[in-house]
Design a protein around this ligand. Structure first.
Ligand code: S3P
Length: 430
């Protein structure tokens, strides 16, 4: 398939990098900027395909969004009730965050809309948002009895809810909170473990009444959101590839500047430190309601560990690259409680078992995770991305410590979250 890349073993890795803006925060900045009154400036917006899907969706609903010099955005918000009915199907591309959050938000609009996406997105489960939204009075239809996109929404009046989610999912939580803005009272969402809280933080930053409590969060309906200046920090999920690269390449030292280290996202740092990785957080600060730091990473001897429980949602997008780190660690790593990996852009458990296995890695699938035998060196070979950006990038990082060149097919998908991934790799490796 398109865009094959070959990555060879790295002799060394060093330098200073900044990674592109956080994908989750970039999505939310467009959504809340559009629903706010007045101007929102977004600094450090991630220009990846996923975020452009959200941007185009709001332009298609009558919101003016200008790109400024350097890629920053100016959004002329029209208030909570200022969106116009889109003239066409909203194309969410590969982006689960776009389709699920917008399903919540569009449930409260007085118009009809249809959401769809690429062949991967159209296989991903949607009842997890349709169920609670329907209970709020939303009228939504989808293929497969409401499980699959395209989704059709006839928006209207919503009632508030107290939803107890069986899964820790920020997309589910955020869809309900966004619908809750249009409800008739206070909406509450509880989840087993706290998932990323960017929606809560940004809603509060824009002036909504959001109250987190132990085990959940509530939002009051019909707030007036005020346009703000949003500084998007570097995406820790993108930084994670470079953290693992610097840990596994002998003699490496890398400074990653301006990374979002929100505690609901920083599970990867805890996991890698527990494995014996040298990661130091420097210059810690807060930018528009989000904690940020520079991260200094030094090559380290890693040891296998057991991973499960509340750290799993805090590192949910990082398990492909964690399995790479574990392949080069001493001993066994066991990942459990991570069944959600099966319904990401692809089944990430099956994908990493196959692809690391193709290079001679010993990885076994479990229903809710994987068992990785470390200490084996990986061979060169050909691997597949499964059309999933994080699988493609994880395999490129594995190649840095493999014995021979690794060819990765279908790498164009990295543009969904990290368009500069390959040039940055060239910059720090030799
Ligand atoms: C996201 C939430 C997570 C994550 C995804 C982005 C978000 O998905 O995997 O990449 O921006 O809310 P789930 O809510 O399905 O866990």
């Amino acid at each position: 398939m398109s865009e094959t890349r070959t990555v060879g073993p790295a002799r060394s890795l060093s330098g200073e990098i900044t990674v592109p803006g956080d994908k989750s925060i970039s999505h939310r900045s467009i959504m809340l900027g559009s629903l706010a009154r007045g101007t929102t400036l977004v600094r450090g917006f991630l220009h990846g395909e996923d975020n452009h899907a959200t941007l185009n969706a709001f332009r298609g609903m009558g919101i003016t969004i200008d790109e400024l010099k350097g890629g920053d955005l100016r959004i002329d918000g029209k208030g909570l009730h200022g969106l116009a009915e889109p003239g066409d199907v909203i194309d969410c591309g590969n982006s689960g965050t776009t389709i699920r959050l917008m399903t919540g938000l569009l449930s409260g609009q007085n118009f009809f809309s249809v959401l769809s996406g690429d062949r991967y997105l159209r296989k991903r489960p949607m009842k997890r948002v349709l169920g609670p939204l329907t209970a709020m009075g939303a009228r939504i239809w989808g293929r497969g009895g409401g499980e699959l996109a395209p989704l059709a929404i006839s928006g209207g009046t919503l009632k508030s809810t107290e939803y107890v989610s069986p899964i820790s999912s920020a997309q589910v939580k955020s869809a309900i909170l966004l619908a809750g803005l249009y409800a008739d009272g206070v909406t509450t969402v509880r989840e087993p473990h706290l998932s990323r809280d960017h929606s809560e933080r940004m809603l509060r930053y824009f002036g909504a009444d959001v109250r987190p409590f132990d085990g959940g969060v509530s939002v009051a309906a019909q707030p007036t959101l005020e346009g703000r200046e949003v500084f998007v920090p570097g995406d820790i999920s993108s930084a994670a590839f470079y953290m693992v690269a610097a840990l596994i390449v002998p003699g490496a030292e890398l400074l990653i500047r301006n990374v979002g280290v929100n505690p609901t996202r920083s599970g990867i740092i805890d996991i890698l430190q527990e494995m014996g990785g040298s990661l130091e957080l420097l210059n810690q600060r807060e930018l528009s309601g989000e904690p940020v730091a520079d991260i200094l990473v030094r090559s380290s001897t890693l040891t296998g560990i057991e991973i499960g429980g509340s750290v799993v949602p805090r590192a949910i997008d990082e398990f492909p690259v964690v399995s790479v780190a574990a392949s080069f660690a001493e001993g066994t790593t066991i990942i459990r409680d991570a069944r959600e990996l099966r319904v990401k852009e692809t089944d990430r458990i099956a994908a990493m078992v196959n692809e690391l296995g193709a290079l001679g890695g010993r990885v076994e699938a479990r229903d809710d995770g994987m068992v990785i035998q470390g200490g084996e060196s990986l061979a060169g070979g050909t691997v597949h991305s499964h059309g999933d950006h994080r699988i493609a990038m994880s395999m490129a990082i594995a190649a840095l410590r493999a014995r021979g060149e690794v060819t990765i097919d279908d790498t164009a998908c990295t543009a969904t979250s990290f368009p500069d991934f390959w040039s940055l790799l060239d910059q720090v490796c030799c």
